[in-house]
Write a protein that binds this ligand. Sequence first.
Ligand code: T3D
Length: 262
Amino acid sequence: MSHHKYILFASEDGVARLTFNRPDRLNSFNTDMHAEVRAALATLPGEARVLVITGAGRGFCAGQDLNDRAVAPGEAAPDLAHSIERNYKPLILALRALPVPVIAAVNGVAAGAGANIALACDLVIAARSASFVQAFSKLGLVPDSGGTWFLPRLVGNARALGLTLLGDKLPAEQAAAWGLIWRCVEDAELMTVVDGLARQFASAPTRGLARTKQAIYEGLNRTLAQQLDIERDYQGELGRSADYAEGVAAFAQKRAPRFTGK
Ligand code: T3D
């Protein structure tokens, strides 16, 4: 367990866990918390074959700490573009680029950038009492941290516009029904379900999963013919991997495979 002020971060048995840990502020981000998250993600994957992100206390993450954005009369407005360029944009890109599956265990409200950080993860599992709030419209801002990119792709323009223009809470169950997230589970089962998935990924053929998420994400911007080429190239590479050889051998020998992630 590394020591941080605003996050918990540990990696064990192939599972890395990052917990946003400012529960009194619903785990909203300040500059130091961004730096801690950035440093933690930079150590991955290491031995980790999956990353689980969750929040301490009753919320997942309420986005930017708005106490740091209060401006006294006569003071200059905060430089939000700088904050996004320095903090939120690299965070979203880092999550998408990690060569291991990233699971968001959404334990409570995910608002503003917090909602979109969850949506940047590969699998989003939310507790029934959790909700997703595109809070930006209440502040006069545009959804950031990928919100304007993720939402129309995940749920279509009608729902993306409803969610972002109104800024209402979307309950986890509705989010799952709309295909915004993978699953909504009972509150008491959240970490059991997530830990089960994490263990599954920790003994999965990691290189194949990494290429799978990459192909899915990048495929959004390609033609079918281009994507068929990418699948060919990735398959060629993975066909030479130890895990593929193990998968085929295990199938032939009618036994469970022992994947090493290599
Ligand atoms: O600025 C930049 O760098 C640009 C990037 C921006 C990215 C963004 O994320 S902008 C959007 C920022 N986030 C929000 O606007 C969400 C604000 N919070 C809320 O709307 C509500 O708190 C929630 C809908 C998330 C949850 O509501 P509820 O009723 O469950 O909880 P609450 O009572 O409002 O909040 C509990 C406490 O957390 C409360 O503190 P208190 O009164 O108990 O001392 C509240 O002030 C605090 N809190 C919640 N969100 C934030 C926060 N404190 C600071 N910043 C927050 N974002």
